[in-house]
Write a protein that binds this ligand. Sequence first.
Ligand code: SP5
Ligand code: ZN
Length: 329
Amino acid sequence: MRVFVPKIHGLHSPEYEFNDSKLIKYQEPPDRIDKIVERLSINHRYIVTEVTGKEKLSKNGVHFDKMIEIFENIRTDKYLIPDTFNIKRIEKEPEECSAKLGMYLFDTATPFGPNTADVLRNSFMTIKEAVNHIKKTKENVYVAIRPPGHHAGYDFFGGYCYMNNAAIAAVRLKKTGKVAILDIDYHHGNGTQDIFYYSDVLYVSLHADPATEFPYYWGYAEESGEGEGYGYNVNIPLARGTKRQDYLMALRNALEIISGYSPTFLILSLGLDIYRGDPLGTFDIDRDGLNEIGVLIRVLGVPVLIVQEGGYAIDEIGDNIEAILEPFS
Ligand code: SP5
Ligand code: ZN
């Protein structure tokens, strides 16, 4: 299987995030992806391509122009974590860079640094190359990408995410067929849900119940989409501590819905934070469980674009990615 990686992702590397009412070590560091790439590079089933190119963020096709313009124009010599949030969406753009970010940011764990915009340009190019590959070959593709994307909505960002990689791929794939997105990150993909809430791109998510887990305000079962999108948003919240067998049962239900939609392409938002040993997760899914998840999704027989989202058990991330990707490779 082909694997695409943004070459300069390591230039986005905040030291801290503000979480649980304190400043803690940033949980989404470069070695997540470095470890994945290191492992897949020595496995003959994978052909890893580092993407060096960059693309203008304004061409992303998904996000609100004003938010992207702010990303393009931030000038900073340190990682900014805003202290003020524009919760009423007042259309005044302050001069202060940190306050510009606060217009669209929804949490305190998503710092914006000197090279963050450049890394996003390289990420965008990487997604485009992966999309071109799957369009041309109809083969499964894996994008080993960071920062992740599924918490970035039309006009908001947060949860370590700035731009929505899966959504950027979906709008491009939609031009040649029907697209479904299956999101198995531990956290609800509030950004992806937001972007496609009024459209018939099918979004199905299995995630920890937002009543007790981030992102808290999105991800409830009654959120079904609206207008053209009604019935095309499916949330399956699961209790903290959900065990492998219960997870797999919920996944089978999700796959049945996707199968009934007959997509031309499937995008898999892959969060390895569902793994038992993850510091941000609580699900009880072991490595064999990850492999079984891969097998069940593979059985759909639809070409899959796999996009990396979360996953923070860094010492085990190499073994975990191999376990879940093996059926697709
Ligand atoms: C892409 C992705 O997985 N983003 C997740 C962002 C989650 N940020 C909030 C984490 C809350 C941590 N508080 C729980 C501490 C458990 N010891
Ligand atoms: Zn997550």
